[in-house]
Ligand binder design. Structure first.
Ligand SMILES: NC(=O)c1ccc[n+]([C@@H]2O[C@H](COP(=O)([O-])OP(=O)(O)OC[C@H]3O[C@@H](n4cnc5c(N)ncnc54)[C@H](OP(=O)(O)O)[C@@H]3O)[C@@H](O)[C@H]2O)c1
Length: 289
């Protein structure tokens, strides 16, 4: 993906995708990953400022090396404010940036559990608000992100949000904010389910006689390889599975247990239901059970 290098930013600053300046509020694990993704995708460093009260040494180094501005004092209005602080920190963090909001400002939040209504209350002077939920593989540019825009958000601002979010992986727009809890249950929590699958495969490998370290390496490599193959081919998972399952073969014998009576399907249904329910309780849009 390439970015528009246009120049509608003020004061000679560079231009972010769709034009304009970006202020990143909070550059920890996720904000830092997004920042690196933008730079890797060609967003000019001169378009980006970072507000973080105690920046990590690698962020200070990155700022010195690239020219990304750290804790700018000028307070000029920004085109996009990306909010990547912990949800419990946002009330205090928001006070410091109110002067940098204008009718042309898009607020793009990745905070878990903060709704569009929360964001509108926190950033009243912003022109538009988008709520996004990335997942952990965004740290390596392979995130699965969902996003929902406030009603009436102009298409060019959604495009700007999309450009910034796809710098760290894939993006699905949701039509209804209520679906964020369901997506959180799937893609937000999903990496942990896959890590657990690797743990289970490792133990099962030991059960059938492999040394523990060999079993662990094989389980990891198998999950990494299967994911990479799915990504490289784009084939549906069911087709890929059928392709490696010879009738009467070893994979068929294994799958006859794994797929019996839809046990795993039912377990995953219950898993996502529990996670979605918890997401709703923690501040999502669903019923507070
Ligand atoms: N990590 C994930 O997998 C993930 C997935 C989806 C969504 N998210 C969301 O992403 C957000 C960030 O998560 P994270 O894991 O990246 O957290 P994190 O590593 O703790 O990053 C938050 C950063 O914000 C900084 N900060 C604290 N107060 C601030 C203030 N007043 N102004 C500016 N910056 C401030 C923190 O600095 P200090 O360290 O000095 O406090 C830290 O560098 C959260 O809202 C989370 O819900 C994370």
């Amino acid at each position: 993906m390439t970015f528009d290098n246009g120049s509608n930013a003020a004061d000679g600053a560079g231009s972010a995708p769709g034009g304009g300046t970006i202020l990143l509020l909070g550059a920890g694990r996720m904000g830092g990953a997004m920042l690196r993704g933008w730079l890797a995708q060609g967003v000019p460093a001169s378009a980006i400022s970072v507000a973080d009260p105690s920046p990590a040494p690698d962020l200070v180094e990155l700022s010195a090396r690239t020219g990304v501005r750290l804790n700018p004092a000028d307070g000029a209005a920004v085109d996009t404010l990306v909010v990547a602080v912990k949800p419990q920190m946002v009330e205090s963090a928001a006070t410091g940036v109110q002067a940098m909001l204008a009718p042309h400002t898009l607020v793009l939040s990745i905070m878990a559990g903060k709704t569009l209504a929360d964001l509108r209350r926190l950033f009243p002077a912003a022109g538009s608000v988008v709520r996004a939920m990335p997942n952990l593989p965004a740290a390596v540019g392979r995130g699965a992100t969902v996003a929902v825009a406030e009603a009436g958000c102009p298409a060019d601002r959604k495009e700007r949000a999309a450009s910034l979010l796809t710098a760290v992986g894939s993006l699905e727009w949701l039509a209804d904010e209520a679906l964020v809890d369901a997506a959180t249950a799937l893609s937000g929590s999903g990496p942990a389910y896959v890590f657990y699958l690797v743990e289970c495969l490792t133990r099962a490998g030991v059960e059938v006689g492999l040394p523990a370290d060999v079993s662990e390496r094989l389980a990891r490599a198998t999950v990494e390889g299967a994911g990479a193959l799915m990504g490289a081919t784009g084939q549906p998972a069911a087709e890929l599975r059928a392709g490696v399952t010879s009738p009467g073969g070893t994979t068929a014998a294994g799958l006859s247990k794994l797929m019996a009576d839809d046990h795993l399907q039912n377990l995953l249904n219950a898993t996502l239901r529990a996670a979605a329910q918890r997401a709703a309780e923690l501040g999502g849009t669903g019923p507070k059970a």
